[in-house]
Design a protein around this ligand. Structure first.
Ligand SMILES: CC(C)(COP(=O)(O)OP(=O)(O)OC[C@H]1O[C@@H](n2cnc3c(N)ncnc32)[C@H](O)[C@@H]1OP(=O)(O)O)[C@@H](O)C(=O)NCCC(=O)NCCS
Length: 163
């Protein structure tokens, strides 16, 4: 059933978030070039660019179904790339829940959230070699900005969508 809810995560969610990140290690190890660290959840809740306040960062848990299972996570940063731009830093769904349309449902919720909070664009980066991720973002309406940036050992393409 494609019913998901987004819930803001905080310190009390660290144990379940850490378990989720371990289940998403296929993607996270690819992204970071190393195994998921034991304090990855704690880091995810606070990590942000130097000039961004913690008030401009939100980590949402993606919960599914009546069992209220944590099946994914979204990390967003407000007003970093511009006053009306929402930066989507991370969206990851655990492997067994991918390819069922949940990513599209989550994206729709984010878009609605961004729109009602007066953002006019969503901006994100897709790593080279993440073909599935790239296809997903194109399918839900993102376009290349032409910018290519470095991330650790990788490069990523910057994509944006007007909302
Ligand atoms: C990218 C990601 C968030 C997308 O979430 P998702 O739940 O897999 O997305 P969807 O199920 O909506 O779409 C994925 C594919 O499944 C297909 N799909 C959707 N519902 C389907 C269904 N019921 N049956 C079969 N296929 C289906 C979609 O058509 C889509 O195919 P396409 O992208 O090749 O066109 C997820 O795959 C993920 O976490 N990947 C690893 C992390 C990552 O790459 N994040 C993005 C970083 S930029």
């Amino acid at each position: 059933m494609n019913v998901v809810e987004l819930e803001i995560l905080g310190e009390k969610h660290i144990p379940e978030l850490q378990e989720l990140l371990m289940r998403c290690s296929d993607y996270l190890a690819f992204q970071d070039g190393e195994p998921v660290k034991k304090d990855a959840a704690k880091d995810l809740l606070i990590s942000r660019p130097d000039n961004v306040t913690i008030q401009d960062k939100i980590v949402y848990g993606i919960y599914q179904g009546q069992d209220h299972l944590l099946i994914g996570v979204v990390d967003i940063i407000m007003r970093f790339a511009g006053p009306d731009i929402l930066s989507l830093v991370l969206l990851v769904i655990e492997p067994t829940f991918r390819g069922k349309g949940l990513g599209e449902v989550v994206h729709k919720l984010l878009e609605e959230w961004a729109h009602s909070n007066k953002f006019s664009r969503i901006r994100l980066g897709v790593l080279f070699d993440n073909e599935k991720g790239h296809r997903f973002w194109k399918r839900v309406g993102y376009e290349e900005t032409g910018e290519i940036k470095p991330y650790l050992a990788h490069k990523f393409r910057v994509l944006e969508k007007a909302i």
